[in-house]
Design a protein around this ligand. Structure first.
Ligand code: C2O
Ligand code: CU
Ligand code: CU
Length: 462
């Protein structure tokens, strides 16, 4: 297959727009492969949407017009805003309507993710293309002088797997799809198959976003080089962490710095996907994935190839420290809640909850509030998953992982986050400071077919 240049979503700088941005939800046709136009959806474009740069301290109006023939919503995943602005299943935009939330940006620099959250069809709409990035910036981040020239040394990389038949994108359906989540035979980076990015021969920042419906990526470079993980879902870490691989579950983001000064072309690749609902997956997550990897074998696949321009460069210095992060105090947490993400109805012979995806035995009900949390409180949420690993996401908060499987968190749990991969129990320290007066917030599995089929609940902050 022929290589294609990495597509870069257009950048919309909210300040240059007077903090009034417009998005059109539209149907389109996208040539993922030249000459083969697939039906797709996008925001102000054929597939995916612009990257919207927003500034901490500003209030940004984003006017979303739905030109589709079906309902949609736009959820600002990771943004800390009141629930009625959140774009969850309750903020429906009917065909022809425009929704105009005015978003107060009051959080540190971070790579956030906006996408459809229409109840029951989130998986289908996101799969077809309804997703994009919000890039929050602030003074602390700018003072670090990290690579930040969008599309040059600061690259968005939305990683998605999609199913293609004869060059055309198709939407997988059926029981297996519901159980494992929609997966595909082709990896896209910003909607580009077989993508190549030309990069300067110096330090480059990648904003890696797992925009897949279900697939987990275990990312590393073809030459196994070290790179520096600098930001989790909630924003910059205290200091860069040198790694050789980074795992991203659906909904998760990770910013990394990669040094291309050796001038050598290299590919970013992923290990095979092993997160399946199969008997061999029983056991602690790491062990099970290792076992599955051995059984499934394989060299992994390329996500994106990098070609540095300009020959040999000078190796770059990495800042030693990044930011001071305020942290919630675990001793202030008086309330503990437990959540079990279950697929009991499917594999348990229908003995549990009759037929599907549940949290604590109950499928999602839009008319039921599952939890009432006191506004301003800090709580411990203990979350575990059945049958396979599930990326657990909470709206309206950024939390910390306190423990995993009764022990210390793993490296990948570091930092403020809004999504975390669970199978074995994790304890999350969650501080709730966004009001939910007119609508509830969601928590759910970010395997979108699990979410659509009931693995979701809702809470109020009162
Ligand atoms: Cu990214 Cu409730 O979702
Ligand atoms: Cu969200
Ligand atoms: Cu799940």
């Amino acid at each position: 297959m022929e290589r294609q240049p990495l597509r870069i979503p257009p950048l919309v700088d909210a300040r240059k727009e007077g903090n009034a941005v417009a998005l059109r939800v539209q149907a389109g046709a996208t040539e993922f492969f030249p000459g083969r136009a697939s039906a797709s959806l996008g925001y102000s474009g054929g597939y995916l949407g612009p990257s919207i740069r927003i500034y901490r301290g500003d209030n940004v109006e984003i006017a979303v017009t739905n030109t589709l023939k079906e309902d949609t919503t736009v959820h600002w995943h990771g943004l800390l805003i009141p629930a009625e602005l959140d774009g969850g299943p309750h903020q429906i935009i009917v065909p022809g309507d425009t929704w105009r939330p005015r978003l107060p940006i009051r959080q540190p620099a971070a790579t956030l993710f906006y996408h459809s959250h229409i109840h029951g069809r989130t998986g289908a709409q996101v799969y077809s293309g309804l997703a994009g990035l919000l890039l929050v910036t602030d003074e602390g981040e700018r003072a670090l002088a990290l690579p930040s020239e969008y599309g040059v040394d600061d690259l968005p990389v939305v990683i998605q797997d999609r199913q293609f038949d004869d060059g055309l994108m198709v939407v997988p359906q059926g029981m297996m799809t519901m159980m494992q989540g929609r997966r595909g035979n082709t990896i896209l980076a910003n909607g580009t198959p077989n993508a190549t990015a030309r990069v300067p021969n110096r330090l480059v920042r990648l904003r890696l976003v797992n925009g897949s419906n279900a697939r987990i990526y275990d990312l590393s470079f073809g030459d196994n080089r070290a790179f520096h993980w600098i930001a989790s879902e909630g924003g910059l870490l205290d200091r860069p962490i040198s790694v050789r691989s980074l795992t991203l579950a659906p909904g998760e983001r990770g910013e990394v710095l990669v040094d291309f000064s050796n001038g050598q072309a290299v590919s970013l690749k992923t290990a095979p996907d092993t997160n399946m609902n199969m008997p061999m997956m029983i056991g602690p997550l790491a062990q099970a994935r290792k076992l599955a990897k051995e059984i499934l074998g394989g060299q992994g696949e390329a996500v994106l190839q990098f070609v540095p321009v300009g020959g040999l460069g000078t190796p770059s210095k990495i800042p030693e420290r990044l930011v001071e992060r305020p942290r919630a105090d675990p001793s202030k947490a008086n309330t503990r809640r437990r959540f079990v993400l279950g697929m009991g109805g499917m594999m348990g012979g229908g003995t549990r909850s009759g037929g599907g995806m549940v949290i604590n035995g109950r499928p999602f009900d839009m008319n039921r509030i599952d939890e009432d949390v006191r506004l301003g409180e800090t709580e411990i949420w203990e979350v575990s998953g059945e049958m396979m690993s599930h990326p657990f996401h909470i709206h309206g908060v950024q939390f910390e992982v306190l423990s995993r499987n009764g022990g210390k968190p793993i490296l990948r749990d570091t930092g403020a986050r809004d999504t975390v991969l669970v199978k074995e129990p994790v304890e999350l320290l969650v501080h709730f400071d966004q009001p939910a007066e007119k609508a509830p917030f969601m928590y759910h599995c970010h395997i979108l077919e699990h979410e659509d089929n009931g693995m979701m609940g809702q809470f109020r902050t009162i």
